[in-house]
Design a protein around this ligand. Structure first.
Ligand code: KIV
Length: 306
């Protein structure tokens, strides 16, 4: 098993592929796991080059790339299209497809069938589903069908309404115990990792000694085995409100607006295109073309006759 460090800007052929044993090894060795979302070919290329370990095609794509105001409306076909595009841009990180709301709750059979689509049609390595409770049964069924599953507890955006909105979870002893029980149950049925979202850092730290599989935190403090952030949040691709747990590493939206504004201004002021952006034609060929345009047959025709 390789424990070669995955550093940014290393050519992909010199980077080792992340596997489930490698993720387990990282947990054992205490090496932080870097996970990030991606939703299309260019974002996949970026996270590949940046050396991420785990990539999630999150149902957050419903909001970040499809413009919905929650993750609920996105369906299987849309998620598969996004995941397949990410697959084409990704070589070495471990790729997880997020099962959308409505794709796994009703039955184990339905959950397995949709999980298989992520593997067969989009080329994902694993799937993720939200919550404990009935989702534990679904996770067990999918794992028994041979597909690795990542769990997700704490703030589970697909059922945010039932949780009282997008806010931190586990802030009472009882609610924290529920999160711990969900995480233990998901671990017990064989999930290879569990995401903890919007959970007090102290609650994560208290649960960690009982977690044998990697815990990936998002707003769950520094005690988790790894961290995940949404691509558009960390790069500042969208503007507006972001959760407390988001750290912005760039202001890409502003850079994109500045770039397109410069282009629009150049077109309006006739500064674009320049000579270097145009194609040439041999002068003799141009003169032959001019002769063609001057023919009598052409001269008598209006452009509508064609
Ligand atoms: O959909 C998503 O992006 C997620 C991560 C925030 C964990 O579920």
């Amino acid at each position: 098993m390789s424990s070669a460090p995955r550093v940014p800007n290393t050519p992909p052929n010199e980077r080792s592929k992340v596997t489930l044993p490698r993720l387990a090894e990282m947990k054992r060795l205490g090496e932080p796991i870097a996970m990030v979302t991606a939703y299309d070919y260019p974002s996949a290329q970026v996270v590949e080059e940046a050396g991420a370990d785990l990539v999630l095609v999150g149902d957050s794509g419903a909001m970040t790339v499809l413009g919905h105001d929650s993750t609920v409306p996105v369906g299987m076909d849309e998620m598969l299209m996004l995941a397949a595009a990410v697959r084409r841009g990704l070589k070495t990180p471990f790729l997880v497809g997020d099962m959308p709301f409505g794709s796994y709750e009703a039955s184990n059979e339905g959950a397995v069938a949709n999980a298989q689509r992520f593997i067969k049609e989009a080329g994902c390595d694993a799937v993720k589903l939200e919550r404990g409770g009935a989702s534990v049964d679904r996770a067990r069924a999918i794992i028994r069908a041979g597909i690795p599953v990542m769990g997700h507890v704490g703030l589970t955006p697909q059922t945010a309404t039932a949780l009282g909105g997008y806010k931190a979870q586990g802030r009472t002893g009882e609610r924290a115990s529920q999160i711990a029980e969900d995480a233990f149950a998901l671990q017990a049925v064989g999930c290879f990792a569990v995401v903890f979202e919007a959970v007090p850092a102290a609650v994560t730290e208290a649960i960690m000694p009982s977690m044998e599989v990697p815990v990936i935190g998002i707003g769950a403090g520094a005690g988790a085995d790894g961290q995940v952030l949404v691509f558009h949040d960390l790069l500042g691709i969208h503007t507006g409100h972001t959760a407390r747990f988001v750290k912005r590493y760039a202001a890409i939206h502003d850079e994109m607006v500045a770039g397109v504004s410069n282009y629009v201004a150049d077109v309006r002021e006739r500064r674009f295109p320049e000579e270097s952006h145009t194609y040439s034609i041999d002068p003799d060929e141009l003169s032959a073309f001019a002769d063609y345009l001057d023919q009598d047959t052409l001269a008598g025709k209006s452009k509508w006759d064609w």
